[in-house]
Unconditional design. Structure first.
Length: 132
């Protein structure tokens, strides 16, 4: 217990583990969570950054097709496939970054905004993400 308290003091903010349908993640103190259907949005209390995670059934679409659809809906750059097979694109003049990956049963779209100001917190949230 003392180790946990010291760790929380050292990092200045304890995270709260939140459970969702397909995954769990740690939410830093001062960050808010909004759950709307398949979309989970974690945002900084001062609204300077956010992370949006959508996990859902692809309804017969490939990840490439979904990347094209989401990029189009968000007026994003053309999706590019990375070395791991995921697709990435940007929108809002490069302020928001998206990555989508998955398979025939489940896709996950992750959108980060305000990474310049909140990169460390966003990285911590993403690294805590655990699929069920």
């Amino acid at each position: 217990l003392m180790t946990v308290i010291i760790a929380c003091i050292a990092t200045s903010a304890c995270a709260e583990i939140r459970e969702f349908k397909y995954f769990s993640l740690d939410v830093p103190e001062g960050w808010n969570v909004i759950e709307e259907g398949a979309v989970i949005t974690v945002s900084a209390g001062d609204k300077s950054g956010s992370l949006s995670i959508t996990a859902d059934d692809p309804h017969g679409k490939t990840i490439e097709e979904l990347a094209q659809i989401f990029s189009g809906e968000l007026s994003g750059t053309p999706p590019e496939r990375d070395e791991d097979g995921a697709y990435t694109f940007e929108f809002n003049n490069g302020i928001s970054h998206a990555v989508i990956d998955g398979d025939e049963e489940l896709y996950m779209l992750i959108i980060g905004t305000g990474i310049e100001r909140n990169g460390e917190e966003i990285e911590e949230i993403l690294s805590s993400l655990e699929m069920k």
